[in-house]
Design a protein around this ligand. Structure first.
Ligand code: IMP
Ligand code: MG
Length: 328
């Protein structure tokens, strides 16, 4: 079995959706399994002139032969899931682990309280749903008739695949254990937890691909080093808006190397996927070979490799799934 896993190295929104869509098309895994917290994450995919924002199903759907799975650790909003399945027309190849926790309207209501405001949550009900799971009062997706046709056993399918890809969500610095507590999401977000979410043991992971954006952003509250005023971020071309909430993202033009080194250690990252190099160095847009990068851009890549002691073998040079330099 060959199983790679993609995780975020920063505060989410590193460009995991883009990296996963590329890996799906290029590596052609039989199975792509989504892990992480739930519909609080929005992965963006640009492919063949279309843009997709996916909160529940795997971003690897662009590879149309892959089986698409949602692991038991993932919270499922039945309405978001069913909408995405219909929009992408993936009814025949998508499955949800029967043990997933369902997000209810009550969870969403509870995610609107004072503490959620303080944290700046996405108000998608994820924290309260995880509380119910821990409390052992949660409703599982197996109790929802509309999902019956999609229920499956994700670990059995992933472990039977010759080639699988695990799609992590969120970012290391939002981890409930290792992030900027209490300004974090409601679960650990490191590679070990992402693997456990879909039922793959630690010895079965080949590469841990940690996605790092060429600058740093954060949505929601909490500490954020070297934050730029919004006007300055706009001027530099780094202004972004949250996929799930539409909120402006906070921006720093620096990479937080101490934190990234720590993230690489705990994730056991073997490959860095550096994204949005073209936003930092517009002359690199759409490059597909390392030799096409300017000296300045190559110096930037080499600095990251020297700081993190992990090779940046995948480099994103544009929004499209195929705008990538692959040096693996
Ligand atoms: P919650 O996960 O909705 O409870 O939100 C907790 C914190 O995590 C907030 O700062 C959110 O903005 C942040 N967060 C959760 N998921 C993501 C994500 O996928 N990308 C970026 N930020 C996220
Ligand atoms: Mg996102």
């Amino acid at each position: 079995m060959i199983c790679d896993i993609v995780v975020g190295g920063q505060f989410g929104d590193e460009g995991k959706g883009k990296v996963i869509s590329y890996l799906a098309l290029n590596d052609q895994p039989e199975v792509i399994a989504r892990s992480g917290v739930g519909p609080n994450a929005g992965h963006q995919v640009f492919y063949k002139g279309r843009q997709y924002s996916l909160r529940q199903v795997p971003s690897g759907f662009v590879y149309d032969k892959a089986r698409l799975l949602v692991g038991a650790g993932v919270l499922v909003s039945p309405s978001v899931f069913l909408r995405e399945v219909t929009e992408l027309d993936i009814q025949k190849r998508v499955g949800v682990d029967r043990r997933c926790t369902a997000i209810t309207d009550e969870h969403i209501k509870q995610d609107g309280g004072a503490n959620s405001e303080k944290i700046g949550t996405t108000k998608t009900g994820c924290g309260p749903a995880n509380m119910d799971r821990v409390n052992r009062t949660a409703k599982l997706v197996s109790e929802i008739p509309e999902l019956a046709q999609y229920l499956c056993d994700v670990p059995t399918e992933v472990n039977a695949a010759k080639k699988a890809l695990i799609e992590g969500t969120q970012g290391f610095m939002l981890s409930l254990l290792y992030g900027t507590y209490p300004f974090v999401t409601s679960k650990d977000t490191s590679a070990s937890t992402m693997a456990a979410d879909v039922g793959v043991g630690p010895k079965n992971i080949r590469d841990v691909i940690m996605v790092v954006k060429a600058y740093t952003t954060r949505v929601g509250n909490g500490p954020f080093k070297f934050e730029l005023p919004p006007e300055k971020a706009k001027e530099l071309g780094f202004a972004e808006y949250g996929t799930v909430t539409g909120r402006p993202r906070r921006v720093s033009d620096k990479l937080h190397f101490d934190d990234l080194r720590y993230a690489a250690m705990i994730n056991s990252a073997s490959i860095i996927a550096l994204t949005k190099l073209d936003v930092r160095f517009p002359s690199c847009a759409h490059a597909k070979k390392y030799s096409q990068l300017t000296d300045e851009a190559r110096k930037f890549v080499e600095e990251i490799e020297a700081e993190l002691h992990v090779p940046a073998k995948i480099i994103g040079t544009g929004a499209d799934a195929e705008d990538i330099i692959d040096r693996r």
